[in-house]
Design a protein around this ligand. Structure first.
Ligand code: ADP
Length: 327
């Protein structure tokens, strides 16, 4: 038996001429908390949909718990749990009934259902709410109940697609605690997110996905070490000029401009600051702000894709893209 819960082989999805997922390859070990990190429109949901047999691939395939998503889709479905973005709880029913219906759908016996409902509600700290109507629940409680439901039939893999989307920052962090707790269940988790901090805080390994391609895959620590040293960030009166000064003087590497800041990777940042300030002064560039930080996943993402992940809903371009592709 292999140690892999998931093996993905050249998985590809096209919508018309548009390639949403482009020949991706990776594997996930049993018990791993594996992250998919990418901006809106990167192809995370489309990948999740294929791995959970909701959408057929255009080419390539994946083996989930030993079953092929194309030839053994029924067995794949039975062995996985899904918590996707669209909320599918019945608001008119109690937490208990929502879970009970799910258990019936999966053919669980009455005894098993009763026992499992108690267990999963306890896990997400909703035991006291068992008999309450879901319509009285807050957004965070609903999300927790959805996770509980995803666990009802004891899946070996749980897919969480943007589990904290739309929650406020505090509730989001609270949710992380529950996701962390799932590790104790020895379950494999595939977490898709566009929140850098979330991926960093939770995942054993992260695949960074951009425009349908995996551009890097490693532990958060190793990903961050792709950036040697520190990142020096300079807000000045003239970003282009500042960048060209740094390049001419060979200060740091991988210089780029983001919004109005010049970012450059440096080895010995604190000793460089004085030099940078004096160079700027000589050239008549006014420095408004200067900052030195250890690399974050945001820096890594920017380095690999040339873009920034924003904690926002899709911007106008993304809406345009979606409309063009009939989404
Ligand atoms: P993510 O989950 O990373 O935000 P998606 O997988 O939802 O990204 O989308 C990837 C790309 O595929 C986007 O550009 C999206 O507009 C496009 N897309 C997704 N579903 C469809 C569809 N049913 N028809 C056409 N285009 C689609």
């Amino acid at each position: 038996m292999t140690d892999d819960a998931i093996v993905v082989k050249d998985l590809t999805k096209k919508f018309g001429n548009f390639t949403a997922v482009d020949h991706i390859n990776f594997s996930v070990k049993k018990g791993e908390l594996f992250g998919f990190l990418g901006p809106n429109g990167a192809g995370k949901s489309t990948t999740d949909f294929m791995l959970t047999t909701i959408l057929p691939p255009t080419s390539g395939t994946a083996i989930i718990n030993g079953f092929d998503i194309i030839t053994d889709s029924e067995k794949v479905r039975k062995s996985i749990g899904i918590v996707f973005q669209d909320q599918t709880l019945d608001n008119r029913l109690t937490a208990y009934d929502n879970l009970d219906i799910h258990g019936r759908l999966y053919g669980m016996s009455s005894g098993d259902r009763k026992q499992k409902i108690k267990e999963v509600l306890q896990l997400v700290e909703l035991a006291d709410w068992e008999q309450k109507l879901v319509k009285t629940f807050s957004g965070g409680m609903r999300r927790r109940l959805e996770i509980a439901r995803g666990l009802m039939h004891q899946p070996q893999i749980l897919f969480l697609d943007e589990p904290t989307l739309g929650l406020d920052a505090q509730t989001r962090r609270h949710m992380w605690k529950y996701i962390e707790k799932l590790r104790e269940q020895r379950i494999t988790i595939v977490l898709s997110t566009h929140y850098l901090e979330e991926a960093d805080a939770l995942c054993d390994r992260i695949a960074i996905i951009d425009r349908g391609k995996i551009v890097a895959l490693d532990t958060p620590q190793k990903l961050k070490s792709l950036i040697g040293g520190q990142v020096l960030s300079l807000k000045t009166s003239d970003s282009k000029k500042m960048l060209s000064i740094l390049e001419k003087q060979k200060i740091g590497s991988h210089g780029r401009i983001l919004d109005r800041a010049v970012l450059v990777e440096v080895q010995n940042g604190s000793t460089l600051i004085a030099k940078v300030v004096s160079l700027a002064e000589k050239s008549g560039v006014v420095i408004e702000n200067i900052e030195l930080h250890t690399p974050s996943l945001e820096d890594v993402f920017l380095k690999l894709t040339g873009e920034q992940i924003r904690d926002e809903r899709p911007g106008p371009n993304e809406f345009q893209r979606r409309m063009n592709h009939g989404h």
